[in-house]
Design a binder for this molecule. Sequence first.
Ligand SMILES: [Fe+2]
Ligand SMILES: [Fe+2]
Length: 267
Amino acid sequence: MATSDIVLAIRIEHRNFARLLDILEQQAQGLEREGRLDQDLVGAVLDYFVGYADQCHHPKEDLVYRKLRALQEDAEAEQGDLLEEHEELERVTGRLADLVRETRGQASPADDRLATAMRRFLGFYRDHMGKEESQLLPAAERLLTANDWKSIEFDLFDKPDPVFDPAAEQNNQALMTRILAMSGGRDARSPTASAGGGGGGLGEAASLAQFNDAMAEHGLGARLSRAAEGGYRLAAPEGTLVTIPELGEAEAVRCAIYFLKGQGSLP
Ligand SMILES: [Fe+2]
Ligand SMILES: [Fe+2]
């Protein structure tokens, strides 16, 4: 069994998407029960799905799926055609974003149409991510070799589009931060709680300096730094523990926390 930073990045992105879907669900409930909707917030969430999921997240999964399908004849029969599903998700997201714009300021029955479309979007996205978590990622970890992952990573970094593009990552990170600030107390899970923090400042760490300070406070030797070749390096005194692909700094910190938790190094 071989795994890759790409799988870790996809899983972290799924957690972020799940948080955004929860925000959208709260908005759908508000619309259904009280006819209230924060259109700016819903618009920003959909912008994130258009900008990040469609441009940065799905292309990573497409590469993994293509490699898997080349090895496993029944991948499509087992998992359905993921490439087609991503195209459909892109269309569904675009249609919902259009509908939010069109129905701005209108009362029912526009509300009913919008709530129904939001419910469909939520169901489709959650089913899709559930399938990837239960089928695509385990199959990829089971079947792909270290060489397969290297070739996928090479294809990813070779792409001119925003996959792993640091500027796009930073823009999307900024949008995510704005969405969480806009959603205020309505986000059921706080970003620090979902970052899997180990308490004592580690959960709040969003920068390399904060992470490294918190590690020192906990008496732990791991340190996170930028890698000369791009991305980040999490290192212990005895050497590199893991390399993290080019992500926003807060995402890299979360990767490092998940990694250390997975190793049993954090409570
Ligand atoms: Fe996907
Ligand atoms: Fe996904």
